[in-house]
Design a protein around this ligand. Structure first.
Ligand code: FRU
Length: 542
């Protein structure tokens, strides 16, 4: 019941029970969205003996739980069916490539195909007789070669995939070629490598349109300069998803990135968000991104709850107009769960004030707010170079008064604000240039101890002289997913309130800076419960 399980989500994907990590092989096929995921069917904790669980959806919001798709029972995966990706072949046939932990505890890559491609839900998957289709490369450690990407077809009629690895701390995306998806050969040079970054997991490589929000199929490689390519890597060393934007040339087999991959460069999300994977949705012409959001409570808490891990709400992803970063936004289908719209426009929010957003279920909500700033010459001075925004957000938490900021939302707040998750902005100036910092402060999110309440923070690349500063936050019991600047900066957090539960939870807009700001527009909705993997209880009568 909701009271016994206050942290189970209402519209974020999770299994009926037990452990979940990475999303695997998300895809659209014949009218149905499929999501597989790393799952321990026997308990709430991680195990190497991973299975692929499987759910299907018509709308990316409501999901039906199916039987396990892959189990670790063959010599080439007997110790675990690890992460992988789907590819829809031109003749409209899906395939899956995934990592198996074989009987020697070696990571190898395997192929699986649907038993009956005309089964609308693709219940059963057959592992190929040639498995493993890719063996460990020479000189790579047995447990450092995993997570094959979606395949793309290039000018020469050959398929390509990348697989994550490392050698002597250099993170590597190995590149493979194949004409039949069964026989693969390693290209002499990797698609990309970065010294010192450690092992890369769940690599994703996809094109984005230079102009527009639509997505394109993974096999679109050039389009006369109309696309750029994103290489996303999960860095195991710090459990973060980083990405680069660049140009891919399939003839030279070369990827030239326009930004470096270092710890302070582009991330898909600056909170808890890992092992993401994208796919092209041909129905709505968009690229969709999903990721694993793990727990912040303890192992004992996980055992008591009987489950661990949620998926982020699926997001559309596209290249920003400035071509320097990606933009993400919750899929529009979430709007079918909206009810009780409330809102107002052009309201002054004076320094040191807050206003409650009433009339919605604040523990299960979607809120958008935009702030207009005048008198920007009053902003505090800060030279942003060399500043780590996460450290800045931790030092200057939501209770530290500034000039412009902190202003934003207090989510999952108890009536006396003892508990609150604060998502807010601060604005600084330096030689006529403005810096916007976005923070998600979990330090007061729960009265409980023994929970990871790390504060997150990142810059938002907008100019407050030209644009309003917007924030959208999805609140769902124990997950708070925030999108700053129209989706330019995303921060996801997990929180475990004890007071701000159910009807007790409140939502506020606040401004604890000394300068007043204008809420130019606020809209908020209750979000109804989605139908997600609800386990039917069979009552046996004797
Ligand atoms: C990422 C990851 C993958 C691996 C899987 C195992 O979270 O470590 O590299 O395939 O999880 O469950």
């Amino acid at each position: 019941s909701p009271l016994e399980q206050p942290y189970r989500t209402a519209f974020h994907f999770q299994p009926p029970k037990n452990w979940m990590n990475d999303p695997n092989a998300p895809m659209y096929y014949n009218g149905v969205y499929h999501l597989f995921y790393q799952h321990n069917p026997n308990g709430p904790l991680f195990t190497v003996q991973m299975h692929w669980a499987h759910s299907v959806s018509l709308d990316l919001i409501n999901w039906t739980h199916l039987d396990l798709a892959l189990a670790p029972i063959h010599p080439f995966d007997i110790n675990g069916c690890w992460s992988g990706s789907a590819t829809i072949l031109p003749e409209n046939k899906p395939i899956i490539l995934y990592t198996g932990i074989d009987s020697n505890n070696c990571q190898v890559q395997n192929l699986a195909v649907p038993k009956d491609p005309s089964d609308p839900y693709l219940h059963e998957w057959i592992k190929h007789t040639n498995n493993p289709v890719i063996n460990l490369p020479n000189g790579i450690l047995h447990d450092e070669f995993r997570d094959p990407s979606t395949a793309w077809l290039a000018h020469d009629g050959k398929w390509r995939i990348i697989v994550g690895s490392q050698k002597d701390k250099t993170g590597i995306a190995f590149l493979y070629h194949s004409t039949d998806l069964v026989n693969w050969s390693k290209h002499e040079t990797p698609l990309y490598e970065v010294a010192g970054s450690g092992i890369w997991e769940c690599v994703d490589f996809f094109p984005v349109l230079v102009d527009g929000k639509n997505g394109v199929d993974t096999s679109v490689v050039n389009m006369n300069g109309g696309v750029k390519h994103v290489l996303k890597v999960g860095m195991y060393d710090n459990v973060r998803d980083y990405y680069m934007i660049g140009d891919y040339d399939s003839v030279k087999e070369q990827y030239v990135a326009q930004n470096e991959l270092t710890v302070d460069t582009l991330r898909l999300d600056y909170g808890k968000y890992y092992a993401s994977k994208s796919f092209y949705d041909p129905v709505k012409n968009r690229r969709i991104l999903m990721a694993w959001v793990n727990e912040s409570d303890s192992e004992a808490d996980v055992i008591a709850k009987g489950w661990s891990g949620v998926q982020s709400l699926p997001r559309s992803v596209w290249l920003d107009r400035n071509q320097k970063q990606l933009v993400q936004w919750p899929v529009e289908e979430i709007e079918m769960l909206h009810e009780n719209e409330v809102g107002f426009q052009n309201k002054d929010l004076e320094g040191g004030s807050l206003v409650e957003i009433e009339g919605i279920t604040a523990w299960q909500a979607d809120a958008t707010i935009s702030f207009k700033l005048t008198n920007l010459e009053e902003a505090e001075e800060l030279d942003p170079s060399g500043i780590d925004p996460q450290v800045l957000c931790s030092d200057m938490n939501a209770s530290k008064k500034g000039k412009f900021g902190p202003f934003g939302l207090l989510a999952l707040a108890s009536h006396d604000l003892t508990e609150q998750t604060a998502i807010f902005f601060r604005v600084f100036q330096n030689n006529g240039k403005y810096t916007v910092v976005m923070c998600s402060d979990q330090s007061r999110s729960s009265t409980r101890n023994g929970i990871d309440k790390t504060t997150y923070g990142a810059f938002v690349d907008i100019d407050p002289q030209q644009e309003e500063i917007s924030l959208r936050t999805l609140i769902d019991h124990s997950i708070v997913e925030s999108f700053g600047g129209g989706g330019k900066t995303c921060i996801t957090a997990r929180v475990y309130p004890t007071l701000a539960i159910g009807e007790q939870a409140k939502l506020f807009a606040f401004n604890y800076g000394t300068e007043s700001v204008v809420i130019s527009d606020l809209k908020a909705w209750s979000v109804k419960k989605a139908q997600i993997n609800i386990q039917e209880t069979v009552i046996c009568k004797d």
